[in-house]
Design a protein around this ligand. Structure first.
Ligand code: CAA
Length: 384
């Protein structure tokens, strides 16, 4: 329906086409099933991995697809237009591996990125805790120093792919009283004694993305598993989120685009009062606003991605993109249900799932309120 506002290289156009075909041929036929069952679609995601659709922004020297953020956005939109739950699961490795890519030594990158990217396995980003969601600086998972490294104790909440991950990027504090100044980043192997995985959360939407609680009960790790310096973990988490929020925003764009496509088609087919509902101005205005919102969210997201790719600070733009794309996904999916009327409210049609899937965009990777807070702080700090 709507095309990218940038010229894609031949390689990227081919990868976009691969992602689109993967979404149409492999995700869409099974999306309702996995939404209903809440199972993790391991075999389908493994097929996406073989097609080069995971580890998108990891460097090729460490087994990744070596895409820029903007290029990864192009791919993620297609996957998310298939199913946002799949997209969330497929993009989670990039979130978990980026702290290592940013602050890890070459040895750590080889030890902790390559085995995940080349082994087709999963890694999880563990910042959030039961008592520390929006207030990430208030986390209380403790890292005690030992003779050879650290002992981690605490609980991590809403961990994407946590039930299937082979490795965890864990943010823990040397002293909760220090707040963000004590937070440090560690890599924890999935089979570490003392690490346990909770049950898969029974979510409203994005139900096939695996979400669990992770408990660390005196998990011992060597010093070589600390990423960056002690006390630098909070800033590392924030820098990681700056880079990953456009990728998440694009999941919102994918949902909104799909909702728009479905509503447009339905409006052209559905007849009331002797004519198609697309001939009514009330519906036309809704469709016009939906399509415009998709374009706006995509442009804002690609702009944030381009700034990040250019190495420019883009905390502001990254949060703007995430805020707008998340709210757009919710609004456009809700309007799609409205266009479908009573049918849209049933599971016989795919738009109610889009509405449920969209809601998570306004919550994870920083709520829409946190994005507004970040945007306001950046505006006020810049003085312009
Ligand atoms: N880049 C680098 N450093 C940054 C930064 C950034 N973008 N933002 C903040 N910092 C630094 C600050 O400069 C400051 O450093 P100094 O002490 O050296 O000055 C330090 O971090 C503390 O900053 P703040 O005072 O701004 O911290 P705060 O406690 O007020 O919190 C916040 C800021 C923006 C609200 C932050 O807590 C936040 O982003 N919260 C939301 C967390 C979040 O997004 N969680 C999602 C988890 S991931 C997830 O959901 C993924 C999934 O599985 C799907």
């Amino acid at each position: 329906m709507i095309s990218m506002p940038i010229k894609l290289s031949d390689d990227l156009a081919a990868l976009q086409d691969t992602a689109r075909r993967f979404a149409e041929d492999e995700i869409r036929p099974v999306a309702a099933h996995f939404d209903e069952s809440g199972e993790f679609p391991a075999a389908v995601i493994a097929s996406g991995y073989r097609a080069g659709l995971l580890n998108l922004v990891q460097g090729d020297e460490f087994g990744g697809s070596n895409l820029s953020i903007l290029e990864a956005c192009v791919v993620i939109e297609e996957i998310a237009a298939g199913c946002a739950g799949f997209a969330t699961s497929m993009v989670a490795n990039d979130l978990a591996l980026t702290p290592i890519a940013l602050d890890g030594t070459p040895e750590q990158k080889a030890a902790f990125i390559s085995p995940i990217t080349t082994g087709g396995s999963f890694a999880s980003f563990c910042l959030t805790e039961p008592g520390a969601g929006s207030d990430a600086g208030g986390l209380t998972t403790v890292a005690e120093r030992t003779a050879t490294g650290y002992r981690l104790t605490g609980t991590k909440q809403w961990i994407t792919n946590g039930g299937v991950s082979g490795q965890f990027t864990v943010f823990a504090t040397l002293d909760p009283a220090l707040r963000h100044k004590g937070i440090t980043c560690f890599v924890v192997p999935g089979d570490a004694p003392g690490l346990s995985r909770g049950k898969h959360e029974n979510k409203m939407g994005q139900r096939c993305s695996n979400t669990v609680q992770i408990t660390l009960d005196g998990v011992e790790i060597p010093e070589a598993n600390r990423i960056g310096e002690e006390g630098q973990g909070f800033s590392l988490a924030m820098r990681t989120l700056d880079l990953s929020r456009p990728l998440t925003a694009m999941i919102g764009v994918g949902i909104a685009r799909r909702a728009c496509e479905l509503a447009l088609q339905y409006a052209k087919d559905r007849k009331q009062f002797g004519r198609t509902i697309s001939s009514f101005q009330g519906i036309q205005f809704m469709l016009a606003d939906m399509a415009t919102a998709v374009e706006s969210a995509r442009l804002l997201t690609l702009r944030a991605a381009a700034l990040l790719d250019a190495g420019r600070p883009a905390t502001l733009e990254s949060s703007m993109a995430k805020r707008v794309a998340a709210d757009t996904a919710m609004e456009v999916a809700t309007d799609a249900v409205q266009v479908f009327g009573g049918y849209g409210y049933t599971k016989e049609y795919p738009v109610e799932k889009l509405m449920r899937d969209a809601k998570l965009l306004q919550i994870y990777e920083g709520t829409s309120q946190i994005q507004r807070m970040v945007i306001a702080r950046e505006l006020l700090a810049s003085g312009s």
